[in-house]
Ligand binder design. Structure first.
Ligand SMILES: Nc1ncnc2c1ncn2[C@@H]1O[C@H](COP(=O)(O)OP(=O)(O)OP(=O)(O)O)[C@@H](O)[C@H]1O
Ligand SMILES: [Mg+2]
Length: 232
């Protein structure tokens, strides 16, 4: 059985049907990327897994436990973490307070030093308020807040968006290190190069439908797969 098994997800905003029978699976230690055009439903998929959006029908099984229909805090406690596009750190708290606060309600947690080892920049900035951080530092903190809860699976929504190439490189390296340490990751990204550098397997979403599933290796060999579905 896969670590994450998703079947027949249908999600709506009001009357708008956004996700159509979305199904996917993620194995333990796997990095799975979700690609798709703007508005394809990538964020909605992650939110539906995390219970931020409640899917109308479908099943989300993490490590043998059915999570569909449960509240996001319960899903977090079951071992899933979502790093939102908007990062959502506490601007008035310091870096360290943000990390400690995130870890408090977790059943298991990383030691603070492990987060700092992964993101040395956060250690240097441990006393700084959220408001004083650069975009890259905020993203590191958002990811650090998720990891400190020692999730079974972490969902990253466009973690490299809007960041300078040198910061993206650091974050890709950190994600690689994380994957090498066995962290299971679902990654939504527009940056195809960064995605293919990290992912083992790729799903492509189009208008709320999964239209392709395959290895990242296959896409590296024939990028026309992505071109066909995304027109990039
Ligand atoms: N809160 C909301 N209320 C109503 N419609 C929404 C809401 N959020 C997203 N949508 C719509 O749902 C569809 C899917 O949006 P979603 O944010 O999941 O796409 P996405 O693939 O993440 O796109 P992007 O690449 O722009 O982040 C879009 O048509 C979008 O306009
Ligand atoms: Mg999105």
């Amino acid at each position: 059985m896969s670590l994450l098994e998703v079947r027949g997800l249908n999600s709506y905003y009001g009357d708008s049907h956004i996700l159509f029978d979305v199904g996917l699976h993620v194995e333990k230690n796997e990095v799975v990327a979700l690609l798709g055009r703007n508005g394809a439903g990538k964020s909605t998929t992650l939110k539906s897994l995390m219970g931020v959006v409640t899917p109308r029908t479908g099943s989300v099984v993490l490590d043998g436990v059915e999570l569909a229909g449960r509240k996001s805090h319960a899903i977090a406690r079951a071992g899933m973490q979502l790093v939102h596009e908007e990062r959502r750190i506490f601007a008035s708290l310091s870096v360290e307070e943000n990390l400690v606060l995130a870890s408090l309600t977790a059943p298991d947690r990383w030691p603070l030093e492990r987060v700092y080892a992964m993101f040395p920049r956060l250690k240097e900035r441990r006393e700084s308020r959220g408001t004083d951080l650069s975009g890259g530092e905020q993203q590191m903190l958002a990811i650090g807040r998720a990891l400190i809860r020692q999730p079974k699976i972490v969902l990253l929504d466009e973690p490299f968006e809007g960041l300078a190439p040198v910061i993206v490189r650091d974050l890709v390296d950190a994600c690689r290190e994380l994957a090498a340490a066995g962290q299971t990751i679902v990654l939504v990204e527009q940056n195809l190069a960064a995605t293919l550098a990290l992912a083992d397997r790729v799903y492509i979403l189009n208008n709320g439908h999964i239209v392709h599933e395959g290895s990242a290796e296959a896409i590296r060999r024939s990028p026309d797969i992505v071109e066909r579905h995304l027109g990039v």
